[in-house]
Write a protein that binds this ligand. Structure first.
Ligand code: FES
Length: 156
């Protein structure tokens, strides 16, 4: 079985500039650390790419898809940027807050779901956009939220 270091070396080989592999290496590290990047994961990535941990942390802290704090088993990310805001993103976010019993940035007590408000999810024409783990739901309305949460709880 290949080690994390080996896998990062394979990623490096795909890029003309090796440090360009920092994004896929961070993604790989996050997958291996239950969906977030503890300090030791940043060190592993830095070591594998011959970078300083601070350089790796700077990249990880810039992008919304990397998490420097523990997250729940599922991520619920509501886009609250302009296009979504204009058609009710705040109401959708509030519906998730009510349904999950947490504020944005928090995780449910059972560790199942983390709610986040995020910047543009790239689907402005289908606002409001909600990312559920690696899938996206479009044209989400507040009244859709209980069903979405139920589906997530049931593993759908
Ligand atoms: S503003 Fe929400 S997807 Fe672009």
């Amino acid at each position: 079985m290949s080690t994390f270091h080996d896998e990062v070396q394979a990623l490096k080989a795909q890029y003309p500039v090796e440090r360009s592999a920092v994004l896929p290496a961070l993604r790989l590290a996050q997958e291996r650390h239950e969906g977030w990047l503890p300090p030791e994961a940043l060190v592993e990535v830095a070591d594998a790419l011959d970078l300083a941990p601070a350089q790796v942390e700077a990249v990880a802290s810039f992008y919304d898809m990397f998490h420097l704090e523990p997250v729940g088993k599922h991520l619920v990310e509501v886009c609250t940027n302009l296009s979504c805001a204009l058609v009710g993103a705040q109401k959708v976010l509030e519906a998730f807050e009510a349904e999950l019993g947490v504020a944005p940035g928090e995780t449910t007590e059972d560790g199942q779901m983390t709610l986040r408000a995020v910047e543009c999810a790239g689907g402005c024409g289908w606002a409001v956009v909600v990312a559920l783990d690696d899938r996206h739901r479009f044209n989400v309305k507040p009244e859709d939220v209980p069903v979405i949460v139920e589906e997530l709880r049931n593993g759908n």
